[in-house]
Design a protein around this ligand. Structure first.
Ligand SMILES: C[S@@+](CC[C@H](N)C(=O)[O-])C[C@H]1O[C@@H](n2cnc3c(N)ncnc32)[C@H](O)[C@@H]1O
Ligand code: SF4
Length: 431
């Protein structure tokens, strides 16, 4: 099992974690190098081999901004305390250069979503996003209804700037609240207080963002059930369309790992989760993924594309991408991790391209797809991996269905409620 899969199995991915195309640990050794020009050549051949881009998965774009006002003690994302002078203009130029280099991977497809993640992308000015997005439209076609999300931190909210973000074409925000409780915000090392968190949601609405997510965490140091539910109630009162509710995990290479805080016990955390799911459902927020809750038609299209094993270009320091080649082989890319190296781009920005071996595809597909509460149509397996489902997984699926962990019938790949509660077990049995 590869490190990334191990991490998922240990719970970061399956139990709690946010999607992480930002520079999380490598998914394994260097292998099967494919340069953009090789892909381009292969793309030419693909005109004969394929019926065109329609057969390829939907394509998204992830853009990583690696700076924050301050590093939080629980966070292992590729994020660094900002330098005194943020190299914003140079970074936007580097991102565009990176995108042009990755363009062959798109193979003529349009973008269905863009996600600016971090770090704290809302440190950048609206003018930078306007420049960037105007250029993106010249480089690559974008769907008429493209979803463009910006991760934004309370503490960086100013009304005029968020009005301008909206005018720049950003149509969805993901606001990192974590908690509304003053003592908790201090423990979590957040730069914002409760009133700034409330103000952020207010500013988002006034700027015309009718579609915004709030990120909250639970299982926080010293937290009890009432406090966890109070955070959720306050979040709901801010009228978001989506709530990402993550269980705090202690990650290596963080301050919390070096000096662990006292966390609530597993049973308490399980109670919080159960009561939270009920509360969110009562307010119309349906759990559609391990940590994602949304009103009807307000799922994160960008994240869904990850979970449905779609393709995505990943640009920016440490960004990960995934693309399907003209021959149907699936590749993962990873960009230079350190912002300074990325900015220089001297030896290119692509740190690694790796073809996913065919034998790993079934597990990788299900590791993502089974995160979705309703799973996916069984036919998506062949459409995304090019493999035959029965040949790849038939006996294992039969056993999981027999044991009541997957729903019966062959039209969907979907866990039962018990299977969803024991997703790690289900995945282990698919390995
Ligand atoms: C890319 S991160 C940061 C977004 C934004 N910079 C912020 O902090 O507000 C996205 C989300 O991941 C969640 N997260 C980060 N570290 C986590 C951890 N150790 N355990 C659980 N969730 C975590 C937080 O809710 C965070 O808002
Ligand atoms: S602000 Fe967000 S990305 Fe930055 S260190 Fe804190 S949690 Fe990580």
């Amino acid at each position: 099992m590869e490190p990334d899969q191990q991490k998922m199995m240990q719970g970061v991915g399956v139990v709690a974690g946010p999607p992480r195309p930002d520079g999380h640990p490598s998914t394994g050794g260097e292998s099967a190098q494919a340069t953009p020009s090789e892909i381009e050549n292969a793309a030419d051949e693909s005109a004969r081999a394929r019926e065109g881009a329609a057969k390829l998965p939907p394509l998204s774009l992830y853009v990583h901004v690696p700076w924050c006002l301050r590093k939080c003690p629980y966070c292992d994302f590729n994020s660094h305390q900002r330098p005194e002078v943020l190299p914003e203009t140079d970074y936007i130029a580097a991102l565009l250069d990176d995108l042009r280099t990755d363009l062959p991977y798109a193979q003529g497809r349009e973008l269905v979503s863009i996600f600016f993640g971090g770090g704290t992308p809302s440190l950048f000015s609206a003018a930078s996003f306007t420049t960037f997005l105007d250029e993106v439209h010249k480089i690559i076609p974008c769907a008429a209804d493209i979803e463009i999300t910006l991760e934004a931190n309370p503490g960086t909210f100013e009304q005029e700037r968020f009005n301008a973000y909206r005018r720049a074409g950003i149509n969805r925000l993901s606001i990192g609240i974590q908690s509304f409780e003053p003592a908790q915000l201090l423990r979590l090392g957040r730069v914002h207080d409760r009133s700034e968190a409330l103000r952020a949601a207010d500013i988002a609405r006034r700027a015309g963002f009718d579609n915004f997510n709030l990120d909250l965490m639970f299982g926080l140091p010293g937290q009890n059930l009432d406090a966890a539910l109070a955070d959720l109630r306050q979040a709901l009162a801010c009228a978001p369309t989506h709530v990402s509710w993550y269980q705090l995990t202690i990650e290596p290479n963080t301050e919390f790992y070096r000096r662990p805080p006292t966390l609530p016990g597993d049973e308490n955390v399980a109670d919080m989760q159960e009561a939270g799911i009920t509360l969110l459902a009562e307010h119309g927020f349906v759990r559609y993924e391990i940590s994602a809750y949304a009103q009807a038609n307000r799922h994160s299209r960008h994240n869904r594309n990850y979970w449905e094993f779609g393709d995505y270009l990943g640009i920016g320091a440490g960004a990960h991408g995934k693309f399907t080649g003209a021959d149907g082989a699936i590749h993962r890319t990873r960009k230079t991790l350190m912002p300074s190296h990325y900015l220089r781009g001297a030896d290119g920005r692509l740190a690694q391209t790796r073809m996913i071996p065919v034998e790993e595809l079934p597990f990788e597909f299900l590791l993502n797809a089974l995160r979705l509460r309703e799973g996916v149509p069984a036919a998506l397996f062949s459409a995304r991996t090019g493999l035959d489902l029965d040949a790849a997984l038939g006996p294992a699926l039969t056993r999981l269905r027999r044991d009541g962990l997957l729903v019966p019938g062959s039209t969907r790949l979907c866990t039962t409620p018990r299977g969803y509660n024991h997703l790690n077990t289900v995945l282990e049995r698919l390995l």
